[in-house]
Write a protein that binds this ligand. Structure first.
Ligand SMILES: Nc1ncnc2c1ncn2[C@@H]1O[C@H](COP(=O)(O)OP(=O)(O)OP(=O)(O)O)[C@@H](O)[C@H]1O
Length: 324
């Protein structure tokens, strides 16, 4: 769905004229040599959203993000950021974006502080302001006490946190993170989650790419499911669960070897010591099960409604499991 945006102006004004829709992506296509990475990518984002880009390896997430940040160009289609066409106003727009690429890009032989000083300058932050921002982002990442240490002495997770810090120095309005937790320790991962939540609470719009469902579930309020260079489904997490999640019942009965035939149950599978029954007619199946339990004096251990999961949604939408 494309939403209307305020008229583009040469100066971007956030305080006086809040822009509701900050990103409009229309019909992006991209082919590398013979490989079509993006077939047709269209979506829009409102300010303040925490947006999850969920898809398996090779789905086209990084390609989309690199186009949004102006690193590569699409073959066709358009990107409007903060009301400006990316192709004509890349410099004006890039000031408002922080990008954390998939690969860690830091100078191993420089200290954390010196790395941040270097990246801050490339973003146009200088002097006193830069010094202050370095202190602030190091505090946000929980690595202030390691400021003077060489990056080569940092763990993968700590390097990632510094990489994120580098993208925050110029106070971006939109932070784009490309699979920032791949291969890092749980402590750094939790720290990164907390940072992202805090930034989002402060009003920073987040685009977060991942192939971990649980990250989307805990971090994002909107999700796009991407596969084979296309967005297959998109919307608020709750809506996707309602639209594509299967309604299911979990039943566990002591001593019951086989289920009797049940009307309106579309599929049945064994799980643990019980069964998961999928149905579109939750109430009538529940009633039927309660009747059976009473008539046959079942020793029911569990009879519960199973909440639809993002995993189900992914399977329904793409026809495949999301695999590593
Ligand atoms: N520079 C390149 N040259 C050729 N093919 C590429 C290049 N970059 C990406 N591709 C291919 O384009 C497709 C989309 O890749 P992309 O990196 O955008 O996917 P992704 O969803 O980010 O996956 P990953 O999690 O592995 O990064 C893949 O088939 C990939 O092999």
């Amino acid at each position: 769905m494309i939403e209307t945006t305020p008229k583009a102006s040469s100066t971007l004004q956030f305080a006086s004229a809040p822009i509701e829709t900050i990103l409009e992506v229309s019909h992006l296509r991209k082919t590398y040599a013979k490989k079509q990475a993006l077939q047709d990518v269209t979506f829009s984002l409102k300010a303040g959203t925490s947006f999850g880009f969920l898809g398996p390896n090779g789905a086209g997430k990084s390609t989309t993000m690199k186009i949004l940040t102006g690193i590569i160009k699409a073959d066709s289609g358009s990107v409007k950021l903060f009301g400006q066409e990316l192709t004509t106003d890349a410099d004006a727009v890039s000031k408002y974006i922080g990008y954390v690429p998939q690969e860690i890009t830091l100078y191993e032989k420089l200290s954390a502080y010196d790395n941040l000083e270097f990246f801050g300058q490339t973003y146009g932050v200088r002097g006193k302001e830069l010094k202050q921002r370095i202190q602030e982002v190091l505090t946000q990442t929980g690595l202030l006490d390691r400021a003077k240490d060489e990056i080569s002495t940092f763990s993968g997770g700590m390097k990632r946190r510094i990489n994120i810090a580098a993208a925050l120095l110029h106070r971006p309005k939109l932070l784009i993170l490309d699979e920032p937790t791949v291969g890092i320790d749980p402590q750094s991962r939790n720290h990164i989650f907390e940072m992202i939540r805090e930034l989002n609470r402060e009003g920073v719009t987040i685009i977060y790419s991942t192939h971990y469902m649980e990250e989307v579930e805990v971090l994002c309020d909107e999700v796009a499911i991407m596969d084979q260079g296309m967005i297959k489904a998109m919307g608020p997490l709750g809506e996707l669960l309602d639209r594509y999640g299967d309604n299911a019942i979990y039943l566990e009965v002591n001593g019951l070897q086989e289920l009797p035939p049940l009307e309106h149950v579309t599929s049945t599978r064994k799980e643990g010591s019980g069964w998961v029954l999928e149905t579109e007619r939750m109430n009538s199946v529940m009633q039927h099960l309660l009747q059976l339990a009473s008539t046959h004096s079942w020793d029911v251990k569990q009879l519960t409604v199973v909440r639809p999961s993002l995993e189900h949604v992914f399977l329904r939408v793409t026809g495949t499991q999301l695999r590593d």
